[in-house]
Write a new protein. Structure first.
Length: 254
């Protein structure tokens, strides 16, 4: 019967579905050249319960043949996902740090004005005798300074009176003094606190009458210049002796 098998070779295609799950093969076919009561051809495709009983009876009586194809495989363990997004969380830590290159040894940080000139001539008017000849100045600059987080720059003098002569002896306070006031100005390139922008000129000033100054800002790195100026003292002479004081610059990450 050519409907049952054409030719001598039958090819079976086995397909494994990788797309959405499809119904598994379950085929039952019957065909024959006669029925129980007549000589007519018959075919039965995927019969129900009673059709299957009839088909099997015909096969048992040699009135026909049967074809069955069944396939079974377990389904996915979970719902298939054609696209998968995997997020990798990367993390690390950068320590807060502030830097200020201040030379290779402590001697580089000892700022000595040397002799602070006073008017010592015999021909000086009494109103000018022993007064400062001119301002005392110092400049400190470093090419490496900054902090890598929000920070504050602080400048603090050891004494609001500036440089102090601690062993001045006795003197007429109406005509002499034993201290030399000075101001401090630091300049650099930075940004305002919490600002995310290009750097611009920043400064911090501590006047002759102030003991400390502070400025908060965002992360920065640049050169820093520090200018110290002790202006001329008018109207009073300076008591002889050593004048000393310290100025502390602090860069502090917040």
């Amino acid at each position: 019967m050519k409907k049952i098998l054409c030719g001598a070779v039958a090819a079976l295609a086995v397909v494994a579905a990788s797309a959405p799950a499809a119904a598994q093969t379950n085929e039952r076919h019957y065909a024959g050249t006669r029925t129980l009561f007549s000589g007519n051809d018959y075919t039965i495709t995927n019969p129900g319960f009673f059709g299957t009983l009839l088909g099997e009876a015909r096969v048992a009586l040699d009135f026909g043949t049967r074809y069955r194809a069944r396939a079974n495989a377990p389904d996915d363990t979970e719902t298939a996902t054609p696209t998968v997004n995997v997020v990798f969380s990367l993390s690390g830590t950068v320590n807060k740090d502030c830097s200020f290159y201040s030379g290779n040894n402590a001697g580089a940080r000892n700022i000595d004005f040397g002799t602070i000139g006073i008017r010592t001539g015999d021909n000086e008017n009494v109103a000018n005798a022993f007064e400062m000849v001119g301002p005392a100045t110092a400049n400190i600059d470093t090419l490496t300074a900054g902090c890598n987080f929000n920070n504050e720059v602080e400048i603090t003098k050891s004494d609001v009176n500036g440089l102090v002569n601690a062993a001045a002896g006795g003197y007429d306070v109406d005509e002499f003094q034993a201290n030399i006031p000075y101001s401090v100005r630091a300049t650099w390139t930075g940004v305002a606190l919490n600002a995310v922008t290009s750097g611009s000129g920043q400064s911090l000033d501590v006047s002759t009458t102030d003991v400390t100054g502070l400025r908060q800002q965002g992360a920065w790195r640049s050169r820093m210049d520090i200018d110290i100026v002790a202006p001329v003292i008018n109207g009073k002479g300076l008591v002889a002796g050593s004048y000393e004081g310290t100025t502390t610059l602090t860069l502090r990450a917040l």
